[in-house]
Design a protein around this ligand. Sequence first.
Ligand code: ZN
Length: 428
Amino acid sequence: MKTFMPSYNSAEELAEIQLKGLQWTVNHAYRGSEVYRAKLDAAGAKPQEIKSLDDLKKLPFTTSKDLAVGYPFPLLSVPMKDVVRLHASSGTTGKRKVLCYTQKDIDDWTHMFARCYEMAELTSEDRVQICVGYGVWTAGAGFQLGCEKFGALAVPAGPGNLDMQMEFLMDFQSTVMCCTASMGLLLAEEVERRGYKEKINLKKMIFGSERSSDAMRDRIRTLLNLSDMYDIPGMTELYGPGTGLECSAHNGIHYWADYYIVEILDPDTLEPVPDGEVGEMVVTTLCKEAVPLIRYRTRDLTALKPGACSCGSLLPRHDRILGRSDDMFIVRAVNIYPGQIDSVLSNLKGIGSEYQVIINRSSGKDMMTLRVECEQGTDPAIHNQKAAMVKDAVKKKLLVTPEVEIIPYGSLPRSERKTKRIIDNRNE
Ligand code: ZN
């Protein structure tokens, strides 16, 4: 089969590709967009001054505010006649981010997505049920074009509609499901409830738009007997989903460094953090035409993974996305990211994957309550014991002591989309 992996053979060769791409991007943005030109002029960073990758530091940051200024077509760097598609992230007018694509941008995105399926070790025999939204807000088109380009069979099922998804799984014998992790869990539980496990042929799941916790994956794996599951990162600003994928070593997400540069910076000082430490992901595209990104602050928090991956790929890795800095909540002066709670709970035995965090304030004091499902078939008599275990683990790892309530398996709401886990009642 054709490969979609990059052709470079060393870190030096990658650096060459990145420098060329960076020079092209700064030059292109400077000439094509008045907004970029003004920003680059103000920072004293002319395109001809980009002589090494180190010069990236001289470039000004781009933020979501820059995407609001030129609404509806912010940072557009090509003539409108060259734009062939737009996608948007949802939000009220003005807050909504609209991103334009040229045909080359679509082709590049398709290539990146085909690479995802290759990284997940699919073959042309695979049948990929794409259970994500199609349309202006979402990126079903990316999942589908990439699948077809890769050479697998695309089943463009769209989101939701559990009954239909089950029918397709049986009738078409889909081997791969692309969905949110919440939908993956819902589907797995439904397969078990209906006793369909032997009638379907599902082997892998690719989770988009929502972080999957290890506990959720364990549950889904057990229910469906899957061989593998992968998180697919992505944001509308940077093409959409498909800009990287975990490999089967599951030690971080390989990102497509021949298409964009990742910096991990301290969100306060905007200086690089050491490899392995958590910071804000800042991205710079290398060949994006319609809306190039120069040091775009994604608000996503993650860390670079130092060293080489055991899979042998030369594509660098970042950690799973810990959360967005916007998702962070503060309880008694401690900063907490949802991903930290996932990771604490995933390491505990005998509890389920589903939980809710409820934060209240009473007499000026923050109270954090964790409602956690226990494992299927747990004796209610040991709920108190489990609660003590969760309380202790959270206190040790997050330095906040929560109230913990253990509830029966299946009692928290399931979602076909993203599950809302954090309920902050303090501002109401
Ligand atoms: Zn790897």
